[in-house]
Write a protein that binds this ligand. Structure first.
Ligand SMILES: C[S@@+](CC[C@H](N)C(=O)[O-])C[C@H]1O[C@@H](n2cnc3c(N)ncnc32)[C@H](O)[C@@H]1O
Length: 367
C-alpha cells in the first residue's frame, strides 16, 4: 500500500481550470459571445442561442452545441461575468469593460496532457459550433490525442486512489473488469496497484487494442521482474459488445469489481439507468464499482464546493464537447438518487460516502 499523500501528489484539484480560464474567456470574447449577450441585456438560453445563430452562424440544429452555451453561462456566472436574473432561467451580463485574468505563473508549467488536450479542443470549438462534425473520435487517427490526455498525472493518481480502495474491499485475487479500457492506462495501473487481480478488459472499438495490449504487457513484465506473476488479461472488443445501451457480454455476478474511468460522460442521458443496472448485474453480491468522472457544479455549491474545481469541470465539459459522443458531466444529486435506487451504496470509509474529491471519485458497493 502506498502512502495517501504520495498518491494525492498527482492530484492538484483545479489546476487545469487555473491554467485554462484566461484562454477560454479570451475565446468567448474573440468569438463575440459576450458582446451578443451584452446586447440582449436580459436573456434566456433560447434567446442567446437565437442571437448566436443569426449573428455568428452557430448551428444548434443537432448535437450538444446548445448544451455548450449553457455550460458557458454557468461558467460566466461562477466567474462573475454574468448573473442570474430574479425570475426564471434568465441571465444578464455584468461586464461593462473586459479585463481578462492573466495566467498564474505558478501554474504555467508546460507539458500537462490534460491542459494540452483542452487547448487542442478549444482550437476546434469555433468550427464545431458552426456545424462541423465532431472532430475528435475514438479512432486510430486520434489515438495519440487520447493517450496523452488520459495518461495525465491527475487521472493516473485518481485511478490509484480508486484501485487501492477497491482492492482493499474486494481482496487480492479478485476478478476486475476494466470497462472501456481505452489506451490501457487503467489496466497498467491496476497491474501495479493490484497485481493479483484477474483483469478482463472491454471496449466498443478496437482502435485502442494495440496500445492497451502494450501497456498490459509492460505491467505484466514489471510484475514478473518483481517475482509477481499476474494473470493474462482477457480481452473483449467490438465483436462482443456494441457499446452503452447494449448489455455487457458477461453473466450475472461475473466480477468482484469494475473500474469505469473517464467513460461515464459518453453514456446518453436516457441510457444511464440501463447502463448502471447492467453494471450492477455483472457484479457479484458485495461487488465494487469504482468510477472516475467529475461532478457537474451545482448552484448550491454543496456537491462541488471548490471554485477552481468548478471552473475546471465546466472548462473540461465545454472542451471535450467537440469529441464524438460526448454527453457531459452529470448532476451529482441525480447520480446519488439513481445509484441508491438501483441498489448500490457508498463504500468510501469512514462513513460509507458514495464520492469524494468534489464528487470526482465514486466507490459503490452492490447492496
Ligand atoms: C475518454 S476514454 C476513457 C478510456 C479509459 N477508461 C481511461 O480511463 O483511460 C472513453 C472510453 O469510452 C469508450 N466509449 C466512448 N463512447 C462509447 C459508447 N457509446 N459505448 C461504449 N464505449 C464508449 C471509448 O472507446 C473509450 O475507451
Amino acid at each position: 500500500m502506498y502512502p495517501m499523500n504520495e498518491i494525492l501528489r498527482g492530484i492538484r484539484p483545479g489546476m487545469p481550470g487555473r491554467r485554462m480560464l484566461p484562454e477560454l474567456l479570451a475565446l468567448v470574447v474573440r468569438e463575440g459571445v459576450l458582446e451578443r449577450s451584452r446586447a440582449l441585456s436580459v436573456f434566456n438560453l433560447d434567446e442567446l442561442c437565437g442571437s448566436l445563430h443569426r449573428e455568428l452562424g452557430y448551428d444548434f440544429s443537432r448535437g450538444n452545441r446548445r448544451r455548450m452555451i449553457r455550460l458557458l453561462i454557468d461558467l460566466l456566472v461562477d466567474c462573475g461575468w454574468m448573473e442570474p436574473a430574479r425570475y426564471g432561467d434568465r441571465w444578464s451580463c455584468r461586464l461593462h469593460g473586459i479585463h481578462l485574468p492573466g495566467e498564474n505563473p505558478a501554474d504555467a508549467t508546460e507539458g500537462d496532457g490534460q491542459v494540452d488536450f483542452f487547448r487542442r479542443c478549444l482550437r476546434l470549438v469555433p468550427g464545431y459550433l458552426r456545424g462541423e462534425e465532431a472532430p475528435i473520435a475514438f479512432d486510430a487517427e486520434n489515438l495519440h490525442v487520447w493517450e496523452e490526455f488520459l495518461g495525465c498525472d491527475e487521472f493516473q493518481a485518481c485511478r490509484s486512489v480508486l484501485l487501492d480502495r477497491m482492492a482493499s474491499i474486494a481482496g487480492d485475487s479478485a476478478s476486475l473488469l476494466d470497462l472501456c479500457h481505452g489506451p490501457g492506462w487503467g489496466i497498467e495501473r491496476a497491474m501495479e496497484r493490484w497485481p493479483e487481480a484477474r483483469i478482463t478488459a472491454i471496449d466498443f472499438t478496437d482502435a485502442f487494442a494495440g496500445s492497451a495490449k502494450v501497456r498490459a504487457d509492460r505491467g505484466y513484465a514489471r510484475n514478473a521482474a518483481r517475482g509477481r506473476v499476474s494473470a493474462p488479461v482477457e480481452w473483449f472488443g467490438p465483436s462482443d459488445w456494441k457499446g452503452f445501451g447494449h448489455p455487457l457480454p458477461f453473466p450475472e455476478g461475473a466480477f468482484d469489481a469494475v473500474l469505469f474511468s473517464c467513460g461515464d460522460s459518453y453514456i446518453r442521458p436516457d441510457a444511464r439507468n440501463a447502463v448502471y443496472a447492467d453494471l450492477r448485474r455483472v457484479l457479484a453480491p458485495g461487488g465494487i464499482l469504482g468510477i472516475l468522472t467529475r461532478g457537474y457544479p451545482d448552484p448550491e455549491h454543496r456537491h462541488v464546493p471548490s471554485y477552481w474545481v468548478r471552473v475546471t469541470v465546466l472548462i473540461h465539459d465545454f472542451s471535450e464537447s467537440v469529441c464524438a459522443g460526448w454527453h457531459g458531466f452529470h448532476d451529482v444529486g441525480e447520480n446519488q438518487e439513481m445509484f441508491s435506487r438501483l441498489g448500490f451504496r457508498g463504500a468510501w470509509s469512514p462513513g460509507g460516502a458514495m464520492n469524494l474529491l468534489d464528487s470526482a471519485l465514486w466507490i459503490l458497493k452492490k447492496g
